[in-house]
Design a protein around this ligand. Sequence first.
Ligand SMILES: [Mn+2]
Length: 325
Amino acid sequence: MESYIHRQINNLLLKATDPVFISDERIDGDSLGASLALADYMASHGKIVPVYVASPIPEQYQRLPRIHQCTTDLQLFDNPEIDLVVVFDCSDDQFVAQLMDRIPGDPVVINIDHHATNNRYGHVNQVVVDAPATAAVVHRFFEENQIIPSKDAATCLLTGLCFDTTAFSNAATDERALMVASELLLSGARVQDVIHAMFHNRSISALRVWGLALERIEESEKKDMISTYLTRADIEENQVTDDEIDGLSNFLNLVTDVDTLRVFRETADGHVKVSMRSLTQDVSQMAKEQGGGGHKRAAGYVISDARLVCNQKGCWGVEEANKTV
Ligand SMILES: [Mn+2]
């Protein structure tokens, strides 16, 4: 079935006259890498496809091939000629539905993803839950259609793969991830560009904020779990972007010896965002129960109208608009 769908996707891509790509609302190495690799393939067929991103591209990804095809301009959806939409690494059907509403026509939607919580909202769904990254799903697309990725496409795919496996260190790393990586290297992926996008991007102030989070680590009553907390003031006083602190959960997951961890942080719009990582627990289930989503070993959710408070004993907790937990 998977091979059949890959061939079907290729037919739809080659047939499309006005395709549009959508990268997940949360820009990361995987959502961008996967969409730009296919944008590169389309360019080899003379089609320059716009890639919609919900917010400006962070500095660390500016060197990715075809990054100039990304746009935050919603007006691109006003085109009645759009006949194909391909969504990458996005399990949030609401985000996609809201963009689809803007399109006057009725295009075919292809949903390419690997999130366990993806509800298969597309007309064509290539959701491979055990894939280490959406980039690995796109790599399989190339393989199944006997397309050799260009050096640029290979660099994009390796970025996605490295991002979602935290450079082949987390639970998403399997034999296949390493095999795909070696094939991408053979296709000419530029490792230095990937390393740049992955690691050479933490400002000193971002590390200071990480420092605060490290100081506040608490062991939860529940065995083998730690939590830490970052307030809006921490983030704003140090002038770091949300994007800069996103890597904290991955970093903690890499270096601690506990099974499960949670990072709580206040968002600019008055909510608390919780990122979870685990070595053995299915945190996507816990996230789903709270209205969030993600993968088995990496997931998150948002607690609405809430803030973080520290009590007199120095213990942190979440205070919701009406109740305290
Ligand atoms: Mn991903």
